[in-house]
Design a protein around this ligand. Structure first.
Ligand code: NDP
Length: 448
């Protein structure tokens, strides 16, 4: 509940102006609640309308995407780019291709991205985009034609110093390659810094594929160590089986934990011997199959229908890595009852507001998404840097920098939580630390 009158009035305006955008309200109200002590200490933010401005996107681009399917039928989807805030650098944030995508989803994701990008300490603003196109079940040629049609409009709104999209749900290396190819064709100049998550042969960065999952584990490891714990011999439950989940599995295993679950939107697997990454890679990256197929080579593992059940599997550490609001209060209570003491978010806003409150009230070590999953965007910025230097760093160099950035995000968030009287509350700490840099830049840049 927001108590401060100024913040309350901003929240009411956000709700009036953006009817029905519940995920966006959820993201904004969490940040505004955290900012109460900050606006009280810094009246200049209210005097300069910083909160009103930071909750309103700079612009939203919305367009028709017409493409031809394999049956020669014309299909229509909607494309979007939400350019939320560029006070500290070019807009940066992924593209999501999923049937559930609409303006409200992308506004929540773009808003979160402002603070996440600021927390990395790198000069990147917040944005997000995507389409209600569903790549699942489409042929390679259909995905290619869709990506070309999407970029044919998007290209005029982006650029290496303007707005630099990357991947997200439904947008991986294949899609980024097709999107970049079309940008190159239209612009006729090799501006590799316009997209990140590219293939290594055309300007991609080593370790970008691994970065969000690895970064999540580096952040979680820093949080564990600060509390006298570690990943060693811990049982870990991970949801999702996409990019973030797969590389969280690899790094948590490398750090000594046993990861026993993965899921998709149909169901989840439990492998008490520890989930085998090479099998998952074959299913998800090569065959583009379903997680259920894991049992074909691991008959001792179990498969259960329904993705929510993954939270009923007893564990020490839970890493939600699928999608927003996948972990509700009921699941939070089951996790805690079964002995889970650490939750760290790989997906964006995977825990509902009630679940987050339950974790904080029960002294669970809780790593909020905008801090814990910032490793992907941080490494994207390192990719932009390599592109502008026309060079390519080693895997080790990128990975080392990623680790340093994640440890720093933990330290910054923990320090802000302590400074504002709630030590250990990283939700508060990450929101405040992320906000202040952007707010100060907006103050210095004047009102627009
Ligand atoms: P992928 O598309 O690679 O994988 C998404 C995974 O989540 C799949 O297993 C998918 O299952 C599952 N999933 C998606 N939607 C739902 C749903 N509605 N219910 C249940 N499961 C679902 O995406 P990523 O791994 O890249 O992204 C996962 C999360 O991490 C997202 O929240 C994203 O915003 C966030 N993130 C990603 C970053 C990145 O670098 N990729 C960076 C920072 C955050 P199915 O195949 O059945 O749809």
């Amino acid at each position: 509940m927001i108590k401060n009158e100024y913040l309350k009035s901003v929240m009411e305006k956000v709700q009036q102006r953006n009817p029905g955008e519940t995920e966006f309200f959820q993201a904004v109200s969490e940040v505004l609640e955290s900012l109460e002590p900050v606006v009280e200490r810094h009246p200049e933010y209210q005097a300069n309308g910083i909160i009103e401005r930071i909750t309103e996107p700079d612009r939203i681009i919305k367009f028709r995407v017409a493409w031809v399917d394999d049956n020669n039928r014309v299909q229509i989807n909607r494309g979007f780019r939400v350019q939320f805030n560029s006070a500290i650098g070019p807009y940066k944030g992924g593209l999501r291709f999923h049937p559930s995508v609409w303006e409200g989803t992308l506004k929540f994701l773009g808003f979160e991205q402002i603070f996440k990008n600021s927390l990395t300490g790198l000069p990147i603003g917040g944005g997000k985009g995507g389409s209600d196109f569903d790549p699942k079940g489409k042929s390679d040629m259909e995905v290619l034609r869709f990506c070309q049609a999407f970029m044919t409009e998007l290209y005029r709104h982006i650029g290496p110093d303007v707005d630099v999209p990357a991947g997200d749900i439904g947008v991986g290396g294949r899609e980024i390659g097709y999107l970049y190819g079309q940008y190159l064709r239209i612009r006729g100049s090799s501006e590799s810094g316009v997209l990140t998550g590219k293939g290594i042969s055309f300007g991609g960065s080593l370790a970008r594929t691994e970065a969000t999952g690895y970064g999540l584990c580096y952040f979680t490891d820093a949080m564990l160590k600060a509390n006298g714990k570690s990943f060693k011999d811990q049982t870990v439950v991970i949801s999702g089986s996409g990019n973030v989940a797969q590389y969280a599995l690899v790094k948590a295993t490398e750090l000594g934990a046993k990861v026993i679950t993965l899921s998709d939107s149909n169901g989840y697997i439990v492998d008490k011997d520890g989930v085998d990454f090479e099998t998952v890679k074959q299913i998800k990256q090569v065959k583009r199959g379903r997680i259920k197929e894991y049992l074909e080579t691991h008959p001792n593992a179990e498969y259960h229908e329904g993705c929510k059940g993954v939270w009923t599997v007893p564990c020490d550490i839970a890493l939600p890595c699928a999608t927003q609001n996948e972990l509700d209060e009921e699941s939070a209570k089951i996790l805690v009852k079964n002995g889970c003491t650490v939750v760290s978010e790989g997906a964006n806003m995977p825990s509902t507001k009630e679940a987050v409150k339950y974790f904080l009230d029960n002294k669970i070590l809780f790593g909020p998404a905008k801090a814990a999953n910032a490793g992907g965007v941080a490494t994207s910025e390192l990719e932009m840097r390599q592109n502008s230097e026309r060079t390519s760093w080693t895997f080790e160099r990128v990975d080392e920098k990623l680790k340093g950035i994640m440890e720093n995000i933990y330290a910054k968030s923990a320090a802000a939580a302590k400074e504002y009287g709630q030590p250990g509350n990283l939700v508060l700490g990450a929101n405040i630390a992320g906000f202040q840099k952007v707010a100060d830049a907006m103050l210095a840049e004047g009102i627009f």
